[in-house]
Structure formats: C-alpha cells, structure tokens
Design a protein around this ligand. Structure first.
Ligand SMILES: NC(=O)c1ccc[n+]([C@@H]2O[C@H](COP(=O)([O-])OP(=O)(O)OC[C@H]3O[C@@H](n4cnc5c(N)ncnc54)[C@H](OP(=O)(O)O)[C@@H]3O)[C@@H](O)[C@H]2O)c1
Length: 287
C-alpha cells in the first residue's frame, strides 16, 4: 500500500513508542502524514522518539509516564488535543510480561499490575479519546495483542491471560463504538525487540527454521499492519484480530522444528517487568 499522505490531517497517540514495535508504529503513522503523541515511562526515551519523528518532518509531542497511572493517561489525551486539536487514532501498545513463570509462583500484586497495564489502560485511553471527540468525528483504535492468545505456553500464564482479555476487550469495544470508531487488534508473533530478546537472541536461526516465512518478525512488519488498520483502506473492518506472525499458527503443516517453547521453558522464572530494563535477560514471554 502506498501510504504517503493517507493519514494527512489526523492525530494519533501511540503508547510505548520509545522503542520496539511502538516506535516503528509511530514512525509509520508519521510517515503517512499523522501528527503523533508518543508515550513511555522513560522521559529520555520519549524525548528521543519525538526528536526522531520531528527530524523526519513530522509533528510530534511526547508524554512520559506509566500507562498504569490514570492521571498520566488523561494528561496524554489533554496534550494531544491541545497540540493537535483532536485524536483520530489510538494505538494501545505498551505492555508488561510480568509476572513471568508458573502461575503458582505468581505474586498476585504483580498479576494485578499486568492487567492494569495490559488491559485497563487500553479501556481508560479509549474512554478518554472517545469523550475527547472521537465519538463525534470518528476514529480508529488498535490494541497490540499477541499470537500467543490462541493457546497456552510455558511460563507465560499472566501475559497470555491479560492479552486474551485485551483481545476480548477489542471485540466488545468494536461492537459498542461502531460505526463511529473502529476497534481492532494486531497479534504479532515473535518480533525482534528488547522485550523478546531472551527468546530470540541465542536461538534465532533455530526459531526461524520452524517458521513458515523463515524468519522472526521485525517491528516494521507489525507497524505496516497497524497502519493499514487505522487507514481508510480498512474502513469496513472492525472487531478483527490481524495476525502478523510469519505463519506461526500454521507451522504444524510444515517440516521445521519450533524452538520458542523450548526457550521459554529454559528461561529464568522470576517476575520480570522487562520494559523497564531491556537487558538480554528480559523479554516478552511469547508462546
Ligand atoms: N516482541 C514480541 O515478540 C512481541 C510479540 C507479541 C506481542 N508483542 C507486544 O508488542 C507490544 C510492544 O512490545 P515490544 O516487543 O516492542 O516491547 P519493548 O521493545 O520492550 O518496548 C516496550 C515499549 O513500551 C514502553 N512501556 C513499557 N511499559 C510501559 C508502561 N507501563 N507505561 C508506558 N510505557 C511502557 C517502553 O518504554 P519504557 O520502558 O520507557 O516505559 C517501550 O517504549 C507489547 O504490547 C507486546 O506485548 C510483542
């Protein structure tokens, strides 16, 4: 799709946009003409993302804070409306994979935090942009889920449960907000980001061999799908989940081995809030 100018005059909020998939989404929306408000907890990361977007010719603002804080969410929507006059696109991308490990070891407080970040924040932000004018002028919301919601996987019980709740939230909102606002989700397979580094870093070749498309994902693969969903090209699409997984779910028909579960089984079972500290030991807990 030639995306040049397809979002001209529109304004977007992308959470968790200082690196990884969120950053690629913010860049894709901006390149298509949107004004973009980026968020993340680390103010330096937010400032760097804004600089990058601005240098590329886009109009961008940043709002640092955690999506777990309702006050921060309200501030972000206020900022976007003040700066851009409207919010047409919301991408709920920020997430945590904590508590990682068997559910019998999960700290219920960390579990609750996962639902606050992965599910509640998406609802709160959708309510805020709806009330800030989206219900009148229309818009599009995309929630970033995961290919892993189709089933269970080792050590990822909390992550999978909260992302499955996000998937259902997407469908419910799609029904409730139509026809003014379209609500969809994108579910990535394993993508080369800090969150998932512990899965792919030392096993990429083996994992790729087991994927029908022969490679793990890049953040831009997901960003292109989000861009299409928020564009008018998808004007009759709502309540859908767009899998962007290199064929992960259809891998059983192919020949290669699949090494992701093996990597997850072998990973350390401490609670991790990986988005905090992007080290090789921290990661998204996929499948
Ligand atoms: N990578 C994969 O393989 C994969 C697969 C399926 C789904 N996903 C989903 O894709 C999305 C993006 O993941 P990613 O892999 O790009 O992760 P990432 O590289 O770790 O980036 C996460 C981004 O979210 C921000 N963030 C984290 N927690 C936040 C919070 N509480 N409040 C506000 N911002 C927060 C981070 O910045 P700060 O640390 O500064 O806050 C960063 O900008 C997530 O929803 C994830 O579940 C990823």
């Amino acid at each position: 799709m030639d995306s040049h100018g397809v979002l001209d005059g529109r304004a977007a909020i992308v959470t968790g946009a200082s690196r990884g998939i969120g950053r690629a989404i913010a860049q894709a929306l901006a390149a298509a003409g949107a004004q973009v408000c980026v968020t993340a907890r680390d103010p330096d990361g937010v400032a760097a993302a804004v600089r990058e977007l601005t240098a590329a010719g886009a109009r961008a603002v940043g709002c640092a804070g955690t999506v777990a804080d309702p006050g921060h969410l309200a501030d972000c929507v206020d900022l976007a409306v003040r700066e851009f006059g409207r919010v047409d696109v919301l991408v709920n991308n920020a997430a945590t994979n904590a508590p990682f490990g068997p559910l019998m070891d999960a700290d219920p407080d960390v579990w609750r935090e996962a639902f606050t970040v992965n599910v509640e924040a998406a609802l709160r932000l959708t309510q805020l942009v709806w009330r800030a004018g989206m219900r009148e002028h229309g818009g599009a919301v995309v929630n970033i889920c995961t290919e892993g919601t189709h089933g269970v996987g080792p050590q990822v019980g909390a992550y999978g449960t909260s992302k499955t709740a996000l998937l259902r939230l997407t469908q419910q909102l799609a029904g409730e907000l139509a026809p003014a606002v379209r609500v969809n989700s994108v579910s990535p397979g394993l993508v080369r980001t800090e969150m998932a580094r512990f899965v792919w870093e030392t096993a990429e070749e083996r994992i790729a061999e087991g994927l029908p498309m022969g490679r793990i994902g890049e953040p831009e693969d997901v960003a292109r799908a989000v861009l299409w969903l928020v564009s008018d090209e998808a004007r009759w699409v709502t309540g859908t989940d767009l899998l962007v997984d290199g064929g992960t779910r259809v891998r059983a028909a192919g020949a290669g081995p699949y090494a992701v579960h093996e990597r997850l089984r072998g990973a350390k079972t401490t609670s991790r809030s990986t988005a905090n500290r992007p080290t090789p030991a921290s990661a998204d807990a996929e499948r």
